[in-house]
Design a protein around this ligand. Structure first.
Ligand code: HPA
Length: 273
């Protein structure tokens, strides 16, 4: 744990030589959503390989750059491409960029992802605001020694997704006439997709969408006292009684199609934040 502390400090020390921006807002862009970064008025873009101790993304649809700049007029630090447990990293490695964000001054994290819809009223390409989550990954990034400097041993999870930000996102979506669902995101480890029986079970559990990311980063953000806004693009809808394959090409294509709507929504949310 102490080693992780030292590694984060070294990552931050390096980034401080590259940018003067003190980003109050962090952004994580998920599968098929990397182009959202094009809307950031970029001042500095740093490939992950150049940042000391950063893991390296192995997912083809993820570019792998840290971007500092402005979106909706606000200074942001964005991850273009994230890390997943299924790539082989442990959840501490996956979430080290969130620790780095916290140390860089991030107070609000906007976390975007592609997810499979479980609620039958959803349609592929719809957007969902994450209201709550179920950690079904079998992992927790806070396992092990707790660093009190980073956060409490037993972080409260009564409001992991800021109600204030949920309300703001709702109002903004209404004003922009963008359809935005709310729901519960269940996180699984992946990389195999869910079976029909698992899909039925996840729905019964109370989940509206399923994905292979987000949860570890959100847990660490909450631990670090960062408020979180979670947005998912529903790239496919999984109905156990009429279960269809959702190949990655389709997931990416649908995420890319939904991206302009997500960008408009995000830009306006950041303007109003
Ligand atoms: N399951 C898990 N993760 C996903 C899905 C899905 O159906 N779609 C996009 N990410």
């Amino acid at each position: 744990m102490r080693e992780q502390f030292a590694r984060v400090r070294e990552s931050v020390a390096y980034l401080r030589t590259k940018t003067d921006i003190q980003p109050p807002i962090g952004l994580v862009l998920g599968t098929g959503l990397g182009r959202l970064a094009d809307r950031i008025e970029t001042t500095t873009a740093i490939p992950y390989q150049e940042v000391p101790h950063f893991p390296v993304s192995t997912v083809k649809s993820h570019k792998g750059r840290l971007i500092f700049g402005y979106l909706g007029g606000k200074p942001v630090m964005a991850m273009q491409g994230r890390f997943h447990y299924y790539e082989g990293h442990d959840t501490k490695q996956i979430t080290s960029p969130v620790r780095v964000m916290a140390a860089m001054g991030v107070k609000t994290l906007v976390i975007c992802s592609a997810a499979g819809g479980l609620n039958p009223i959803f349609q592929a390409g719809d957007l969902m605001l994450i209201r709550d989550h179920i950690n079904f990954t079998g992992q927790n990034p806070l396992r092990g020694e707790n660093l009190d400097e980073w956060g409490p041993r037993f972080p409260d999870m009564t409001e992991p997704y800021s109600q204030e930000l949920v309300d703001l996102a709702e109002r903004t979506a209404t004003d922009l006439n963008i359809k935005l669902h709310q729901g519960v995101y269940v996180g699984v480890a992946g990389p195999s997709m869910e079976t029909a029986a698992e899909t039925r079970f996840l729905r019964l559990m109370g989940a509206d969408a399923v994905g292979m990311s987000t949860i570890p980063e959100v847990i660490v953000a909450v631990h670090a006292g960062i408020r979180v806004l979670g947005l998912s693009v529903l790239t496919n809808v999984n109905l156990p009684d009429n279960y269809q394959p959702a190949p990655i090409e389709q997931v990416i294509a649908t995420a890319e199609k939904a991206e302009p709507r997500l960008v408009s929504l995000l830009e306006e949310i950041l303007t109003r934040i």
